[in-house]
Design a binder for this molecule. Structure first.
Ligand code: UDP
Ligand code: MG
Length: 311
């Protein structure tokens, strides 16, 4: 029996080595499960053969659609575009590198049938380098502490949600899109299931250290005012210290010490406090930069071409 349409939303960037394997494995599984599906690939500005491989695949399978971005916008924008063009009543978001195995799709569908709006996959165990695991641990735990978002531990990319959830997601218009943050903020009825996690089947990770740091940075700045609060607390603390110091110095000066030879300590204090001020102004400036970006309300992405997509 065919169920209602399932839309797979997939961001791809330089995935020529793995994309055909992904298509063949995922379609095999979807056919085995006998679900009505469409696969919406959003190519995030690949310069390799990714686009031509997918557009060739469309000739054999008209359930595949492709949106080609003009240039690399980042995965967050790509996945947003895929969700925006999905027609299904149920949506599945996964990566094409087969780290999230297609054999788990059935489990997600079953869980959705229980009436959840969103089902998150969490990793049984994370197969990743020590450094990456450490990064994830620090990143996710500090995020939960500082933003209050309560993101489930060991979150995988793979997750399934319904049309209502997708529409809520699309109503978030922010330019800096920290997807996990938005997903948690929507706060509909969600649950998690444990899924297998495999090694990337081919190709290399598109998230280098710099991109990862940007993501962490975005998450903190978009979902918390922690840096601003810290700046204020530091400021208050320093003024209090300064005041106490002034009183102590005044008393000492009256009683025992002659402070005439105080130039080095004075200059040190000036440099130190100027540095701190610039640092905190910098934090405020980062927020202002983000406000500026948001107020321009530019479109989130620019599409170069679409394949097999009726508007
Ligand atoms: N990706 C993207 N745009 C980018 C970087 C990555 O669309 O600028 C896609 C990439 O093709 C992959 C997914 O995002 O499908 C996750 O990237 P990757 O597997 O390289 O990250 P990792 O799993 O190593 O964290
Ligand atoms: Mg990956």
């Amino acid at each position: 029996m065919k169920t209602k349409l399932l839309s797979l939303c997939i961001a791809v960037y330089q995935e020529e080595e793995v994309i055909l394997t992904f298509i063949s494995e995922v379609t095999k599984e979807l056919e085995r499960l006998q679900v009505d599906y469409e696969i919406i690939f959003v190519d995030d500005g690949s310069t390799d053969k990714t686009v031509s491989l997918i557009s060739e695949a469309i000739k054999d399978n008209t359930q595949i659609r492709l949106i080609e971005f003009s240039y690399n916008h980042g995965k967050q924008a790509a996945i947003t575009a895929a969700i925006a063009h999905a027609k299904g009543g149920t949506l599945l978001y996964m990566d094409p590198d087969l780290q999230d195995p297609p054999h788990e799709i059935g489990q997600f569908l079953k869980k959705m049938d229980e009436g959840y709006d969103l089902v998150f996959g969490v990793r049984k165990e994370k197969k990743d380098s020590l450094l990456n695991r450490l990064y994830s641990k620090v990143f996710w735990s500090s995020l939960n502490t500082y933003t209050g978002l309560q993101i489930p531990k060991g979150l995988a990319v793979m997750r399934m949600f319904n049309r209502e959830f997708a529409d809520q997601f699309l109503s978030y218009k922010e330019q800096n899109r920290f997807i996990e943050g938005i997903f948690m903020r929507i706060g509909m009825n969600y649950t998690t299931i444990k899924i297998d996690q495999e090694e990337r089947r081919a190709g290399t990770t598109k998230y280098n250290f710099k991109k990862k740091m940007k993501l962490a940075f975005d998450a903190i700045f978009d979902f918390s005012e922690l840096p601003l609060r810290l700046a204020v607390s530091f400021g208050v603390l320093l003024s209090m210290l300064g005041f106490i110091l002034a009183v102590v110095i005044f008393i000492l000066h009256l009683s025992i010490i002659d402070f005439k030879a105080g130039w080095p300590s004075l200059i040190t204090a000036i440099i130190f406090s100027t540095g701190l001020q610039v640092f905190f102004i910098g934090i405020a400036a980062l927020y202002i930069g983000r406000i500026y970006l948001e107020t321009k309300q530019r479109p989130l992405y620019s599409i170069k071409r679409t394949y097999n997509l009726d508007q």
